[in-house]
Design a protein around this ligand. Structure first.
Ligand code: ATR
Length: 277
């Protein structure tokens, strides 16, 4: 039987750790499969998805900046439709079907650190595809969510689909007020992602020690935001590794219907991070 092919589309894509993570998982369960990274510019996302189907590719992850654009070229399951963004496509049934496992991954990570999310106040930086997924899951879990975004209209649009949320800009005064009252701060923007390691939207002076600070960026593992959190005496800091692992594990389950080897996936990500960054 031919080797099964899976992959990830995005732009840029060369620093993605998903190939290392999924290939290690395929090896661990003895599946004759390979996972490849494809750089796809925004205007070609539809052609890429159609082409993948024709080539017999069985599953794709979708990353920055394609998570919302890709939605138009797949049938979506219910949660992904509500979120308005996808990070996973499976082609097994003929029609490409889009899923979103980002929110699930982030909720699992947060629950491991914070416990119950119900009643927590959360500030999310960013209003893109990842923010939409995380905000949807937190809102559904009973958190009060604030979205802070450079383009405020995008934040306003996002919160209009949530139960209990509001939108602010990135102005320092607004951020300061919001963080003062927050239990959890989450960065979903690409600010501070390699190669802009010294950029951050929030600095130590705006944080308090009881805040939980979570950066979904994993390259570098310790972002400038997390370094600022340490400076502010923040005790609970979460990097992006386990969210990458959990969202990837959920995609793996959708594609293969096999139990994902989470430990193997985490090990592969940490090994690749210590090599590349
Ligand atoms: P994804 O789908 O992975 O979330 P995205 O849709 O491209 O990616 O969203 C990226 C997010 O990072 C957006 O919230 C974006 O802000 P805008 O909506 O104003 O574009 C935010 N972002 C990216 N670069 C930024 C920067 N230099 N300063 C502030 N926000 C930035």
């Amino acid at each position: 039987m031919a080797k099964k092919i899976y992959g990830i589309i995005g732009d840029p894509i060369e620093h993605s750790l998903s190939p290392a993570m999924h290939n290690a998982a395929f090896d661990a369960i003895g599946l004759d499969a390979v996972y490849l990274a494809f750089r796809v510019p925004q205007h070609e996302v539809g052609d890429a998805i159609k082409g993948a189907k024709s080539l017999g590719i069985l599953g794709l992850n979708v990353t920055i900046p394609l998570k919302e654009k890709a939605l138009a070229f797949v049938a979506t399951e219910e949660v992904a439709t509500k979120i308005g963004a996808i990070n996973t496509i499976e082609f097994c049934s003929g029609t490409p079907v889009g899923y979103n496992t980002d929110g699930l991954g982030s909720l699992k990570v947060l629950k491991e650190t914070v416990g119950n999310i119900n009643g927590k106040t959360v500030l999310i930086l960013g209003a893109g595809g990842a923010a939409k997924a995380i905000a949807y899951y937190l809102d559904t879990a009973g958190a009060t969510v604030t979205i802070a975004n450079r383009t405020k209209e995008r934040a306003t649009l996002l919160v209009s689909n949530l139960r209990n949320a509001n939108a602010i800009s990135l102005a320092a005064a607004e951020l300061k007020d919001s963080i003062k009252d927050s239990d959890i701060l989450i960065n979903t923007t690409s600010v501070s992602m390699h190669p802009n390691e010294d950029a951050t939207l929030v600095t130590a002076d705006l944080m308090h020690p009881e805040l939980v600070v979570f950066d979904i960026v994993y390259n570098p593992m310790e972002t400038k935001l997390l370094r600022e959190a340490k400076k502010a005496g923040v005790k609970r800091i979460i990097d992006g590794v386990m969210m990458l692992v959990y969202q990837g594990a959920a995609s793996f389950k959708i594609w293969t219907n096999r139990e994902p080897p989470i430990g193997v996936m985490e090990k592969a990500v940490r090994a690749a991070l210590s090599r590349d960054f």
